[in-house]
Design a protein around this ligand. Structure first.
Ligand code: GLY
Ligand code: MN
Ligand code: MN
Length: 439
């Protein structure tokens, strides 16, 4: 059960419903059961919007919100209790559990949805749903609406407007409550400890997957139900592949290892990257690149506050990275001109961060009216500058080739700046080398 309170889930639903307007209904499905291969499923993970609105953890459920309904505004369709199925598949809440444990006003069997849902749609002018996310569910909504239409001569009132729920819901999800930030901090603390364990364990003779095992052991031991995304353990020039996850190569003294890994607690993500030497000691070249990325990481924090906009932190990181690459002779020319020409892009080809929440790349717009949006208290985002020098880049002196460094933290915007939530994972050269020397 999520540690978000029933009262908070209820408040979210009411905040959403207050923006729906009169005579409206919203319909949200749970995530499908994800099949891996013949009769084997992936571990179930709830749909993020469904989770945000009710926290009900089961598949085969549909949440319906009807503001102002006399029998209660929150209706859930869910699986029936079934001792025989539960013996094989695990316990179910059933309709009573949904009401008692999850605070919905009324619950029906999912078997009855085709009979009951049209009667709930009848009389509503507007239907809200996550249009475009699941074509089958979009069609299903039209079929339920057509069932109402068939009753029109009997006086049924058919909806005339179909609205995307995402703009309302995703603006809400963008601002995190104290309870959400506490949950994310818990995930981040477990992930930070996992990164420490991986640094301590690293040595020649092991493989990338050996460190993946260290990470995921700590995640599960800490109570995380899932990884927030597939763990990236990229040694040597694999670090130049942004979403590398084969994780099958041997660790070699003289190489760096880039680990981008975070766990998920109650569906809330963490997203941390650290880069460190297999041997425990950075080479001169590795250290030179690393220090630029670290400086960019710190520079970005200074541009995250309610006085700043999305992109300000990225621009700050780009400036530090371009200056650094010029100092090392990897780029040549005037820094301002190089920035204008995006000369840094072969070495820094991604943004400096993204929203973080129920999804690792969380929902919410980054621009408003074409401009980077102003940051607001309670937004959680990543700060993840990097430099990647392809092993095949013959425009760069050989000594730099194959070095890939990223340093990624998670921050929350506060009234006067931002708070870094992932400081428990060491990142200065001195801290990393000291930690690895002790191991
Ligand atoms: N772990 C994916 C990312 O950093 O965006
Ligand atoms: Mn990230
Ligand atoms: Mn990451």
């Amino acid at each position: 059960m999520s540690s978000i309170s029933k009262a908070e889930f209820s408040q979210r639903r009411h905040t959403f419903m207050a923006q729906m307007g009169a005579e409206s209904i919203a319909i949200f499905p749970s995530a499908p059961i994800p099949e891996r291969n013949n009769s084997v499923e992936y571990r179930y993970r709830q749909n993020s919007d469904f989770q945000y609105l009710c926290g009900f953890p089961e598949p085969q459920a549909i949440l319906v919100l009807i503001p102002g309904r006399s029998d209660g505004s929150t209706v859930l369709f869910c699986r029936d209790r079934n001792p025989e199925r539960e013996q094989w598949e695990g316990k179910r809440q059933g309709q009573d559990g949904a009401i008692i444990n999850y605070g919905v006003d009324q619950a029906f069997s999912i078997e009855e949805v085709d009979q009951i849902l049209p009667s709930l749609i009848d009389g509503c002018t507007r239907v809200y749903s996550n249009i475009g996310e699941d074509a089958d569910f979009d069609n299903q909504i039209q079929e339920w609406t057509n069932s109402v239409r068939e009753q029109a001569r009997m006086g049924a009132q058919v909806p005339t407007q179909f609205h995307a729920a995402q703009p309302i819901l995703h603006e809400m999800r963008l601002i995190k409550s104290p309870a959400e930030i506490a949950l994310m901090q818990k995930a981040m603390n477990i992930s930070a400890q996992a990164h420490i364990n991986a640094m301590k364990a690293a040595k020649q003779g092991l493989y990338e997957y050996s460190l993946e095992a260290e990470l995921e052991y700590e995640f599960r031991k800490g109570g995380a139900q899932h990884v927030a995304y597939n763990s990236i353990v990229a040694s040597g020039s694999n670090a130049c592949i942004l979403h590398y996850n084969e994780n099958d190569q041997p660790l070699v003294n003289g190489d760096l290892v880039l680990i981008d890994a975070g766990c998920e607690i109650d569906c809330y993500a963490s997203d941390i990257t650290r880069t460190f030497p297999v041997s425990g000691k950075f080479s001169t070249e590795q250290k030179a690149i690393y220090q630029i990325v670290l400086k960019a990481n710190f520079a970005a924090f200074n541009y995250i506050s309610p006085k700043h906009r999305w992109y300000d932190a990225h621009n700050a990181a780009v400036k530090v990275i371009t200056e650094g690459l010029v100092e090392l002779g990897i780029l040549q020319g005037d820094v301002e001109e190089l920035i204008k020409a995006q000369a840094y892009r072969p070495f820094y080809m991604h943004g400096t961060g993204h929203w973080l929440g129920l999804d690792v790349h969380d929902v919410g717009d980054y621009k408003i009216n074409g401009e980077g949006r102003p940051l607001q208290v309670g937004m959680v985002l990543t700060v993840e500058p990097g430099i990647y020098i392809s092993p095949e880049d013959t425009t760069v002196a050989e000594k730099w080739r194959g070095i890939g460094v990223r340093i990624e933290d998670n921050v929350v915007v506060t009234a006067d700046g931002c708070q870094v939530l992932t400081n428990k994972a060491p990142k200065s050269v001195a801290e990393i080398e000291a930690l690895m020397a002790q191991a």
